[in-house]
Write a protein that binds this ligand. Structure first.
Ligand code: MGD
Ligand code: MGD
Ligand code: SF4
Ligand code: MO
Length: 750
């Protein structure tokens, strides 16, 4: 018998890139012996991305191999850090969190969870258990600097925060984009790998692309029409579109009318927003509004799509709602080539029309400003004040998980001081960065390439129904902990229980939603039967298997039946395609009435505020700041990867030539930018791509803070644009932070 010689050939693992919502299929060539990534290529056989990838995917090599990436828990000792064992780390964390809770109650604990959690199955499934285990209502996340307004519009209109309608880019004839730049971001609340290719295809088949943006963005540059808009003007503009649709009798809701409430109410609300009335607030001339409305109505199949620019503004909820009002009134909601709802492989198998009608909103309030909770969270714009408040119910200890709020949330300067004042901070994170430097303990999970994954958050946001499993590319480092294990350990130990107990809780909660009861996906299957089929391996994969088998494409827990299980998905190395989106209304409506609520009370109540702002905005010609994204950058945290960070300085202030002249700013020279919240000095880039009166600075930079361990990032530090964003400025309905349209003063710096 011969012993197999170790194969010198590198191996190729097919998985999805976890860095953005597109989750492109990648082929990772690994040298397991050396623990190194040889290269990362696009997976040509991926049914969804078909080989496409962007430069960030290659950055996974740098991320995996980054010597600054933490591999073991570290504990603060004054100004220095030392590695400690996992047992010691977990015990310390549990003891300190318990001490604060025992002395001051659970509301003295706070949590912040960041964006990478949405890209990790283990986090998605085990974070709820950790939050429940801590027992605090002082929960914050990146949602309220992101898509929270869209979640509120979706839950009030359709009865659930997800899925939200996604533009059917592959079949539409007319795409109206507001506040999104998919050529840089690769799509958001719109999972569609290769947006450049998809938009090219749209135009090649004779479709039209219209982009509304205060900057001539990369996407605006390839559009048929680009409309400059004054930041924060989208709700006015969209209301004017609605006004024109009614005034010119262009509304055609078609089949939607039979299950839509509130069309007449919307007609009445739009009366005050004629294009002439909003022109001064938006900077858009009335003829343009009318032309866009007519083109939208005339297109056979059209979709209106709004993203981060429409959410992170003063009227974010109204703008997010109006996007789907436009889709509904033109009959494009839930229609091929319009704005459609995905059917994720992990979603319930059966639609049930109608719901309880109780909104997950306003059930409690923040302590200082009294801001309403939404979906169990408070607006992150209120996080510093909940820490630095004088009162007895202030936050004294915090847990952050995969978040960098010092760079990502408004008034990062105040937040940094607040975090420093905490009695205890534990961060589950892979870097010692601008936020985690204030921690007492940092708990780093194993590398993304060492863990299996399934992109559970993006099925409901996808332009095709697909399912892809990502196997681990490497064995975990010996003694390493996966993300879910860390969360389960903390959740357990804080309550004197084991991680195994937490795991069973997570599993049984999902199981009880999937099988057994009359309200479940598979009432005919008992929990005992399902348990037998699923086995007893702890962890997220068993939970995933349960969801897949119970889901709309599932095998119903019968290995012999056709249909999906985790094993079958794993066997399909490149993923499975369940086809283009199909109409789902009215069956999936979860509103109490079982109807589309076109004029939901919560949102309509905010219209007077918008009306009131018309006059105020008309006379407002202050210089305002917006953000932007770059293809090679990813929020605040891929800047330590040399392959991505190298090259020209990307953290520059874009200024229109007219503004530059007026303010005495020169291209390449430094400028001082000041807002109510703070001040930065940054290099100017003069460009006609900006709307006059608007300047742009990307977020996620400012890596020169002392006490971090980010050698590459600190060499390309840039400045933190969220020193300028104002925590006092929020969208009134959602509490979402205003990050677009921050009033600033800009002057020449030495
Ligand atoms: N001004 C302005 N601010 C913005 C935005 C804007 O457009 N303008 N955009 C907002 C948006 S959309 C978002 S989503 C937020 C993002 O806000 P955050 O989620 O707070 O920030 P990220 O930059 O995504 O930071 C991710 C953190 O997770 C860590 N991390 C990375 N991978 C892992 C992992 O596998 N496990 C763990 N445990 N940690 C990991 C990183 O080290 C980093 O600390 O920023 C928001 N802030
Ligand atoms: N390369 C890269 N990709 C990413 C990320 C990244 O950091 N880098 N982050 C990921 C994350 S977390 C998210 S949430 C998505 C976001 O994805 P997108 O929503 O596509 O985000 P951006 O690329 O920032 O594009 C926002 C656009 O809105 C414009 N804008 C700003 N203010 C306004 C306004 O008031 N009205 C209108 N109409 N437009 C406005 C900006 O000029 C900009 O062009 O991207 C994801 N993908
Ligand atoms: S677009 Fe780039 S970052 Fe996003 S999933 Fe694809 S390869 Fe990764
Ligand atoms: Mo985001």
């Amino acid at each position: 018998m011969a012993v197999a010689a170790p194969s010198p050939a590198p191996e190729i693992v097919h998985r999805s890139c976890p860095l953005c919502e597109a989750h492109c299929g990648i082929s990772v060539e690994v040298d397991r012996g050396a623990g190194r990534v040889v290269t990362v290529r696009g997976d040509d056989e991926d049914p969804f991305s078909a080989g496409y990838l962007c430069p960030k995917a290659y950055g996974l090599k740098g991320l995996h191999e980054d010597p600054d990436r933490l591999r073991r828990p570290i504990r603060r000792d004054g100004d220095t850090w030392r590695e400690i064992g996992w047992e010691e780390a977990f015990d310390l964390v549990a003891e300190r969190l318990r001490a604060v809770r025992d002395a001051h109650g659970p509301e003295a604990l706070g949590t912040y969870v960041g964006n990478p959690n949405a890209h990790d199955l283990g986090s998605a499934l085990y974070l709820p258990a950790l939050l429940r285990g801590l027992g605090t209502r002082k929960r914050f996340s990146a949602s309220s600097v992101d898509q929270l307004p869209k979640m509120i519009s979706a839950v009030t209109m359709f009865g659930a925060p997800f899925p939200v309608p996604v533009p059917d880019v592959d079949r539409t004839d007319f795409l109206l984009v507001l506040g999104a730049n998919p050529l840089a971001s690769n799509g958001s609340l719109l999972t569609a790998p290769d947006m450049p290719g998809r938009l090219r295809a749209l135009r090649e088949r004779g479709g039209r692309l219209v982009v509304v943006d205060p900057r001539r963005s990369e996407t605006a540059k390839i559009a048929d029409r680009h409309v400059f808009i004054r930041p924060g003007g989208d709700a006015f503009f969209l209301f004017s579109l609605v006004h024109v649709l009614f005034a010119e009798e262009l509304t055609a809701p078609g089949r939607l009318e039979a299950f839509t409430h509130g069309i007449e109410e919307v007609r009445a609300l739009a009366l005050d927003f004629a294009p002439e009335a909003t022109a001064a607030a938006t900077g858009i001339d009335p003829d343009t509004v009318r032309e866009v409305a007519r083109e939208l109505a005339a297109a056979e199949r059209a979709a209106c799509y709004g993203r981060i620019g429409t959410c992170t503004q003063e009227f974010g909820t109204l703008a997010s709602w109006l996007v789907d009002v436009v889709n509904t009134l033109t009959g494009n909601l839930d229609r091929e080539g319009g704005a459609m709802f995905a059917r994720a492989a992990t979603s319930p198998a059966r639609d049930r029309r109608g719901g309880e009608g109780r909104l997950p909103y306003g059930r409690w309030k923040s302590g200082v400003r009294g801001l309403p909770e939404a979906f169990g969270e408070l607006p992150v714009a209120a996080m510093s004040e909940e820490i630095d408040a004088a009162g007895d119910d202030r936050i004294r200890a915090m847990v952050t998980v995969a978040g960098n709020p010092v760079l990502s949330t408004p008034n990062g300067g105040r937040l940094a001081r607040a975090l420093e004042s905490l009695d205890f901070l534990v961060s589950v994170d892979i870097y010692l960065n601008e936020t985690t430097r204030f921690a007492d303990v940092i708990l780093p999970p194993i590398s993304v390439l060492e863990r299996p994954n399934y992109d559970i958050a993006f099925g409901p946001l996808s332009v095709r129904n697909v399912a892809k499993f990502s196997p681990a590319a490497f064995e975990p480092e010996p003694g390493g902990y996966d993300q879910w294990q860390i969360l389960a350990e903390i959740a357990g130990r804080v309550n004197g229980a084991s991680a195994a107990t937490v795991d069973e809780l997570v599993f049984s909660t999902v199981l009880s939603r999937c099988v057994g009861g009359p309200e479940t996906s598979r009432p005919e299957v008992s929990q005992e039967q399902a348990r037998k089929v699923l086995g007893d391996e702890p962890g997220p994969l068993r939970v995933l298997d349960c969801m897949l088998r119970a889901g709309p494409y599932g095998d119903g827990f019968d290995d012999g039946a056709p249909g999906l299980s985790l094993a079958k998905l794993r066997a399909a190395e490149h993923g499975l395609d369940f086809g283009a989106l199909e109409p789902r209304l009215p069956d999936m409506l979860g509103t109490k009435s079982g109807m589309v609520e076109l004029a939901p009370e919560l949102i309509v109540a905010d219209v007077p505020r918008l009306r009131g702002a018309l006059a105020e905005r008309a006379g407002d010609d202050r210089l305002v700041l917006i953000g932007r994204r770059h293809l090679r950058s990813n929020n605040s945290w891929m800047h330590n990867v040399h392959a991505l960070a190298k090259g020209r300085d990307r953290c520059t202030l874009l200024v229109h030539p007219g503004d530059a002249e007026r303010l005495g700013l020169a291209d390449g020279a430094p400028a001082r930018v000041r807002s109510r919240a703070g001040e930065v000095t940054v290099k100017v880039e003069v460009t006609p791509d900006m709307m006059e009166g608007v300047v742009s600075l990307p977020h996620g930079f400012g890596h020169d803070a002392p006490g971090t361990r980010l050698r590459t990032a600190s060499a390309h530090a840039g400045v933190n644009s969220n020193l300028l964003a104002d925590e006092a400025s929020i969208d009134a309905v959602s509490g979402n932070a205003v990050l677009s349209g921050i009033p600033v003063e800009v002057s020449r710096a030495r």
